[in-house]
Design a protein around this ligand. Structure first.
Ligand SMILES: Nc1ncnc2c1ncn2[C@@H]1O[C@H](COP(=O)(O)OP(=O)(O)OP(=O)(O)O)[C@@H](O)[C@H]1O
Ligand SMILES: [Mg+2]
Length: 497
């Protein structure tokens, strides 16, 4: 008997069908990958399963019980835990308070039993090998810690089925490996997982079976051991995706950025020169300084030492506004915390940066912005109906594309991209990388920070590997591969391992 059976599930939003007779079967003690392009309907199907909203029609059976009406409370009671794609923590509460929210332990007199909650939170973290102080305020945690906290929270209540919707977007390789250990342990004890990710190597590492959705329809299910990564990609996009090399070397222009012993919050003594029209990769473990350097160049964290030359002239970036005026744009990592303005429409979210930049001319031409939006929508293949819909009605990956458009729209010379393909499907990733190469051809200078080395190897002219706040090695295009990068980012090369 399967643990979960969903059959003929249909769902429309505003009359537009997003799930059409979808089926999903989950066995006991398996890791099941749910795959599909951005907007295919993965999160929607999971929301139905977890009772966030109902399906329009269809049947659902869980743990040998037919479900008539699923609610969030009901799904939790039955043992379904849902770790959402976007973090869902309360920043101004403490770690343990987030875990026990609405499920607080009370003493006989009715007062909260804080000690017990803190103790059990600590026990859980020890069991899972997670290093977080239960009494820390959530706002003080790093994003990777927040993601681990979300997962730990789901594990606390001993669910039978755990839904992990892109759980690894802000975890580094060690943290992913650690999470996989936890998943394997629980799987051995009979827990089932639904695992959603756009990182194909991860899926092949952890999943037993898969289901592919395309445009809201069921395409195929099967065993991971009986399919290749390329076949899987083709199932998702519905045609053969070209796996050819897209990189072409360019003739770089004059120096546009010169970093001389540059230091700041989280990075120190960084030296390198970037020529106009080049694509530079930055990488390193979380906290190694590569993301921090981008934030420093964008005026988001202070620069405290060294010199920076922009177009050959000394330049001090003191604020984000200053950076933007100097022609620098930045797509920040962690969409929900840094990019999404939830009360605004798709269109407003797109032209926001341009509006800030032209603050002296506050009258944005909506007609012009609509035209631009249509251009970017086409260029980045954004799956959206109406630009006046709220940004939150888009799937995660499609939101990310809108934020990329937000910065392309400012027409800055220098683009700083921090984890730009977070949550973006394979097909669109390839499009975005082609676009990056095209932008470099037109003279834009691009710095990309990412942990996804195979992707970097496709586009970067060279790659600076960070270790403990500084650049430990610069690799040429042909030297960029996962093994070499790992060697330097863990400093194993130096240690002679
Ligand atoms: N609340 C909503 N209102 C209107 N449309 C919605 C809403 N939620 C989702 N949709 C639409 O339903 C479709 C499926 O979205 P869903 O979030 O399920 O995609 P996904 O497969 O999870 O994609 P991603 O990989 O980008 O997260 C999308 O076209 C999306 O715009
Ligand atoms: Mg989703």
């Amino acid at each position: 008997m399967s643990l979960l059976c969903m059959r003929n599930i249909c769902k429309s939003f505003n009359g537009i069908p997003v799930l059409k007779q979808v089926e999903l079967t989950i066995e006991k003690g398996e890791v099941h990958a749910l795959l599909g392009e951005n907007g295919a309907g993965k999160s929607t199907l999971m929301n139905i399963l977890a009772g966030v909203f109902p399906a329009d029609s269809g049947e659902m059976e869980f743990d040998e019980k037919k479900i008539k009406k699923m609610t969030i409370q009901q799904s939790e009671k039955m043992g379904i835990a849902f770790v959402h794609q976007e973090l869902n923590l309360f920043n101004d509460l403490k770690v343990y308070e987030n875990i026990f929210l609405m499920k607080e332990y009370k003493r006989k007199a009715g007062a909260l039993d804080k000690k017990r909650m803190i103790r059990e939170t600590q026990q859980l973290f020890t069991e899972l090998g997670v290093e977080i102080n239960p009494e820390e305020k959530v706002e003080n945690l790093k994003t990777s810690q927040k993601q681990l906290l979300e997962i730990s929270k789901a594990l606390f209540f001993k669910a039978k089925l755990l839904i992990l919707d892109e759980p690894t977007t802000s975890l580094n390789n060690d943290e992913v490996e650690h999470l996989f250990q936890i998943i394997r342990n629980l799987k051995d004890k009979g827990t089932s997982f639904i695992f959603i990710s756009h990182k194909m190597p991860e899926i092949f590492q952890i999943a037993d079976r898969y289901t592919v959705l395309r445009n809201g329809e069921f395409v195929q299910a099967g065993k991971i051991s009986e399919i290749t990564q390329e076949e899987m990609t083709d199932l998702m996009v519905g045609e053969k995706l070209s796996h050819q090399e897209i990189y072409q070397a360019r003739e770089p222009g004059e120096n546009i950025l010169e970093l001389d012993h540059l230091s700041g919050y989280g990075f120190s003594d960084v030296n390198f020169t970037v020529k106009k029209g080049s694509i530079v990769g930055l990488t390193g473990l979380q906290g190694s300084g590569s993301s921090e350097l981008l934030q420093g160049l964008f005026g988001a964290v202070p620069v405290t030492g060294g010199t920076l030359k922009l177009h050959g002239k000394d330049c001090k970036i003191r604020s984000i506004q200053g950076a933007m005026k100097a022609g620098i744009a930045m797509l920040a990592s962690n969409r929900k915390e840094n990019s999404v303005i939830p009360d605004m429409s798709i269109l407003e979210n797109m032209y926001l940066s341009e509006q800030v930049l032209s603050a002296r001319h506050p009258f944005i031409s909506i007609g012009k912005e609509r035209k631009r939006y249509e251009r970017y929508k086409e260029m980045l293949s954004v799956k959206a109906e109406d630009p006046d819909d709220p940004i939150t009605s888009l799937s995660g990956g499609n939101q990310q594309k809108v934020f990329l458009a937000r910065w392309l729209n400012t027409e800055a010379d220098i683009l700083l991209l921090d984890n730009p393909t977070q949550g973006i499907d394979v097909g669109a990733k390839a499009e975005i990388y082609k676009l990056i190469l095209k932008l470099a051809d037109t003279g834009k200078t691009i710095l990309i920070n990412t942990l996804e080395i195979p992707e970097l190897a496709k586009v970067a002219d060279y790659c600076a590997v960070f270790y403990e706040g500084t650049v430990i090695k610069v690799l040429k295009h042909e030297e960029i591969d996962e093994k070499t990068v790992m060697l330097y980012s863990t400093n194993a090369a130096q240690k002679g391992e």
